[in-house]
Design a protein. Sequence first.
Length: 348
Amino acid sequence: MNTNRRDFIRMSAIAGATVALAQGANGQPGGARSCSSAAALPVPDGPEFAGMSGAYAALITPYRPDGAVNEEMIEKIIEYGLANGLTGFYLTGSTGEGFLLSVDERKRVYDRAVKAARGRAKLIAHVGCLATQDAVTLARHAAKVGVDWVSSVAPVYFGQNFDAAFAHYKTISEATDLPFMIYSIGQQIAPDRDVKFFELKNVKGMKYTGYAYWTVKALRYRLPKPAIFFAGADEQELCAFAYGDTFSGCIGTTDNMIPAHHAQICRLAAAGKFAEAAKLMDEVVRFVELVVGVPHASYWKSIMRYIGLDCGPARSPAGQPLTEAEYAAYAKKLDALGIIARNAAVAT
């Protein structure tokens, strides 16, 4: 979700990226089918994939004035997203400042999201941590409380090599019976290597935050089993959907802020109405430009305040609190953009 995605991730203080994986294997994924809605992007066959199509918010983690996680606000964000067509939420990822939360805080985010969703949305818990064992602890908790999938980036800071990455993913994916989604961010997909990862237990998907969509399609051709893929670059999701049978949805930051745009883009793409979807994509791109053209991550969290869902600032070092003058100046830019309205979420 940036003209330079790596800059955005650095701004968000989420280090690390998926390490290219292993040697190739031959085989085709299972046949794609549509989920229950009339205009749904394709998903693979299998009960774990049912209902996985559509727009997901990479859930923003809200804070109270004292810096604690605001669990009540989590419910309001999810309710706003559902009311505007989102079908799922990705918890404590890059946007959710996962690496800036304690293990206990991340558990509470999972707990509250399950309570808020009440089976109305798919939930994916990002469990990536510096220590593999912490990720295992989070994965087991996610499974215990009723999250649908778990996900992780590759090793962060330590273990930035193939053997460590493979062992890291293997340990996490075998910790529960939940399906596992690779979070590939900022790295080139190498199909003949990365296919090896999908031989691991429960690995059945990937969130791809990059722009080389053809490499994901090439990876899909090599898979030994069905798998699902989500596009993670907000400003280019329509490009991913043009591949037809490869991407089942999108997961992004601005899905929190303009959820109806992303939900409608998914529906229009599923119906083959790309010209109509492109008009909405134009607005998304202009919105993303304003979101990423800021000094630090507290600005884009302030957009939630603008729509009536005050999530506080980003945690240090990702950001610091805005002054009222800084917020007012940024809100004025949002006013001028005209894509979202002040307090849009209040009536939800």
